[in-house]
Ligand binder design. Structure first.
Ligand SMILES: C[S@@+](CC[C@H](N)C(=O)[O-])C[C@H]1O[C@@H](n2cnc3c(N)ncnc32)[C@H](O)[C@@H]1O
Ligand SMILES: [Zn+2]
Length: 332
């Protein structure tokens, strides 16, 4: 999601911290979403494989010992504070290796923005744009949320849904759905597992979006759907050779027009807004990035090129100009 970028209604709620059992326990678990309604927890035992070579893993061993190796490729995965960490380290391919350092800095900046202004940068509480995406997706069955964020329950997920979320940020709070730490480029799930896969404002944060879409195509069922919410749409060619000042100017223009369009000063309060804007202004734009949160801003032609190359068929598309967004649903 483009920071400072999304439309929202007035009502926001704080995340609630909930204490949930380990996703590995046998029984079907019940957690609680933001609204307090119960949600089912998904058993990861049937789903997880090595994200790199797709060999079966013993999650029991990883959980009990705190870490364990893939029996096929030898990569090590961890279990920490109730969460399986399936991040493939070191990064498995040249594209990820070359951009990893920059991405970590972008993630550090993102983390500050998610903590300081969650309602601006995450689907927290009721948001018109999040609700529009949920209505667009019409998701059902087993869902995967790629780049689900660090909050308790994203508001674009239907109540009571069977959801697995994956994100590189483990966060401090227990999520009210089954969560795996990892990256979208190397999904740690069996082939043809999910009915619906969602990317809500996350594709433009991923180092290699095309690789991630290819892996999502592997993990979605034959007649399943992949749903994209792409925001912060750019009408320019992606460029990383603007001056530092030019990059801040664009971010500031977009940010301030968004803040004023949606009355964020009054919603967040003047002091909090100023403190947030000041912290964004002081962030470093790492080498190779287009601003302090993104490598590039996506646009519809770029995404359609990837979808064509991956033989993913567009089922429906909806523009959502109020938040400079487009929703796209594809199947393989
Ligand atoms: C703007 S937030 C959106 C979070 C959530 N989908 C929402 O709308 O509330 C973007 C998310 O993408 C995640 N992200 C960044 N790089 C990623 C990657 N390589 N794979 C998966 N998620 C990634 C970030 O950690 C962050 O949580
Ligand atoms: Zn492996």
């Amino acid at each position: 999601m483009t920071q400072l970028k999304r439309a929202c209604s007035t009502k926001t709620k704080d995340d609630v911290t909930v204490d949930l059992p380990s996703p590995l326990e046998e029984s079907e678990h019940i957690g609680f979403s933001e609204s307090g309604r119960s949600v089912a927890m998904v058993n990861l035992r049937d789903l997880i494989v090595c994200p790199v070579c797709h060999a079966a893993l013993s999650l029991d061993d990883i959980e009990v010992q705190g870490s364990g190796c893939c029996p096929n490729c030898g990569r090590r995965y961890a279990f920490d504070r109730g969460v399986f960490d399936m991040t493939p380290l070191p990064p498995p391919d040249e594209i990820l290796k070359s951009k990893w350092h920059t991405w970590e800095k972008l993630q550090d900046n993102g983390l500050v923005s998610y903590v300081k202004a969650p309602e601006l940068n995450l689907s927290v509480g009721f948001r018109e744009d999040a609700e529009a995406f949920m209505n667009f997706c019409q998701s059902s069955g087993l869902m995967l949320d790629v780049g689900c964020g660090m909050h308790t329950y994203p508001s674009y997920l239907p109540e009571g849904a069977d959801v697995v979320g994956i994100d590189p940020l483990a966060g401090e709070k227990r999520r009210a759905f089954t969560f795996v730490k990892g990256i979208g480029e190397y999904l740690p799930f069996r082939d043809e597992t999910f009915d619906h896969i969602l990317y809500a404002s996350s594709l433009d944060h991923i180092i290699d979006p095309k690789r991630s879409l290819a892996d999502a195509a592997r993990c979605v069922k034959a007649n399943g759907r992949i749903n994209l919410w792409i925001d912060g749409l750019s009408d320019e060619e992606p460029s990383t050779n603007r001056t530092r000042f030019g990059r801040y100017q664009i971010l500031a223009q977009k940010g301030f027009s968004c803040l004023s369009r949606h009355g964020w000063f009054s919603k967040m309060g003047f002091r909090r807004t100023l403190s947030y804007v000041a912290s964004v202004a002081s962030m470093e734009v790492p080498e190779g990035a287009s601003d302090c949160f993104h490598f590039v801003h996506l646009n519809v032609p770029i995404v359609f090129d990837w979808l064509n190359e991956l033989n993913l068929r567009v089922v429906s598309q909806m523009d959502y100009p109020a938040a400079d967004s487009v929703f796209i649903q594809v199947m393989k």
